[in-house]
Design a protein around this ligand. Structure first.
Ligand SMILES: NC(=O)c1ccc[n+]([C@@H]2O[C@H](COP(=O)([O-])OP(=O)(O)OC[C@H]3O[C@@H](n4cnc5c(N)ncnc54)[C@H](O)[C@@H]3O)[C@@H](O)[C@H]2O)c1
Ligand SMILES: O=P(O)(O)OC[C@H](O)CO
Length: 340
């Protein structure tokens, strides 16, 4: 009998660890690649990641490894969970090793210079591979602790979506499919910026009305931007849009929210990021998003306001004042009535 082929997860952080465990709990053999041999050895011997998701037992079906070439050679389905700043570095030059493989990005970020989403970077690095993305309201710790969770796998390749659904579906994890890879991935990247703002608002003790306004106007803003780039606005009404926006803007477990909270408490951006100690994609996304919104002339007052506070020397009070006294606007003006 042939042995079932292992599945790879690239990344030794919170999300890579949560996904490796999820797959192993579904009966898959998993190779979790990470760069740090000390961390891999600790997982091998203690069955716990020493740096992330403390207290979560790593399933025996997860084999940590630092051998990337062997991992890519052995696995057909490869989940990528390294930060956006590292993805290109990790896989560049491996086009032939990745040819024909199923590559699924879990990374929610935008490349700084190119404004490419991570699946677009994967496409460039590995043009002969099959590519999908996963995005949704998916806090790593909640997945690892078996809170009921849903996500979206998006690809133009229906068979790939079905195979990913098959690998991930379990008692506590449900996977919806979508053909809108760009919209799903863009939603996951953009919401991180608004989670920083929501964290700031929470630290300042702002009310529930404020939270409702913030999340709804954030959805308006990100959808307006996405439509300008040609995305389907309906995708933003799904799990990878409003679903992820709600969880990330409401939860102190979100690292982007934590950075915002620390900023609201008066820490500098540097100290806020250092105190949190994990990846907060929203900080880099904010910079590239602000530049792109300016270039495309898309009205994004929340992005502009946060950018002015973090990089423009404005105070929070000044920005709130400007946002509240802006010219009157229409409520739902961001979904075109035709064309989609
Ligand atoms: N944690 C979550 O709840 C969650 C949920 C959904 C999506 N994501 C996305 O997953 C991606 C990874 O986030 P995370 O939560 O695992 O981050 P993390 O901070 O928990 O871990 C990042 C990991 O990447 C590794 N890394 C950094 N640079 C590297 C490099 N050059 N080569 C190899 N490894 C490198 C680090 O050593 C660390 O193990 C992010 O884009 C994030 O937005 C995270
Ligand atoms: O911890 P964050 O802020 O990176 O958010 C995690 C996930 O993206 C939530 O879906």
């Amino acid at each position: 009998m042939t042995q079932q082929q292992p599945i790879a997860v690239l990344g030794g952080g919170s999300f890579g660890t949560a996904f490796a465990n999820l797959l192993a709990e579904n009966g898959q053999r998993v190779r979790q690649w990470m760069r740090d041999e000390e961390q891999a050895e600790a997982i091998r011997t203690r069955r716990e990641n020493p740096n992330y998701l403390k207290g979560v037992r790593i399933h025996d079906g997860v084999e940590p490894t630092t051998d990337l070439a062997a991992t890519l050679a052995e696995c057909e389905m490869i989940f990528v969970a390294v930060p956006s700043s590292a993805l290109r570095k990790v896989l560049d030059g491996r086009s032939e090793e990745l040819a024909g493989k199923m590559l699924v990005s879990l990374t929610k970020g935008i490349e700084a210079q190119s404004f490419k989403l991570m699946s677009q970077v994967l496409e460039e690095i590995a043009p002969k591979s099959r590519i999908a993305v996963i995005s949704g309201p998916n806090l790593a710790r909640e997945i690892a602790e078996h809170e009921l969770t849903a996500t979206v796998v998006a690809s133009e390749d229906d068979d790939l979506c079905a195979q990913v659904q098959d690998a991930l579906h379990g008692r506590t994890f449900r996977v919806y499919a979508s053909g809108d890879r760009f919209g799903v991935e863009l939603g996951g990247a953009l919401k991180n910026v608004y989670a920083i703002i929501a964290g700031m608002a929470a630290a300042l003790g702002m009310g529930e009305n404020t939270k409702g306004m913030l999340i709804t106007r954030a959805l308006a803003e990100m959808t307006r931007f996405a439509v300008q780039l040609g995305a389907n606005p309906m995708t933003f009404l799904g799990l990878a849009g409003v679903g992820d926006l709600i969880v990330t803007c409401s939860s102190p477990k979100s690292r982007n929210y934590q950075v915002g909270f620390a900023l609201g408490e008066g820490l500098t951006l540097e100290d806020a990021v250092a105190r949190m100690g994990e990846t907060a994609e929203g900080v880099n996304t904010l910079k590239v998003l602000k530049a792109k919104a300016d270039e495309l002339q898309v009205y994004m007052p929340l992005v502009a306001g946060l950018n002015a506070i973090l990089f423009g020397g404005r105070t929070l009070e000044q920005v709130i004042g400007a946002l509240m006294s802006g010219e009157p606007k229409t409520d739902v003006d961001f979904i075109p009535t035709t064309g989609f």
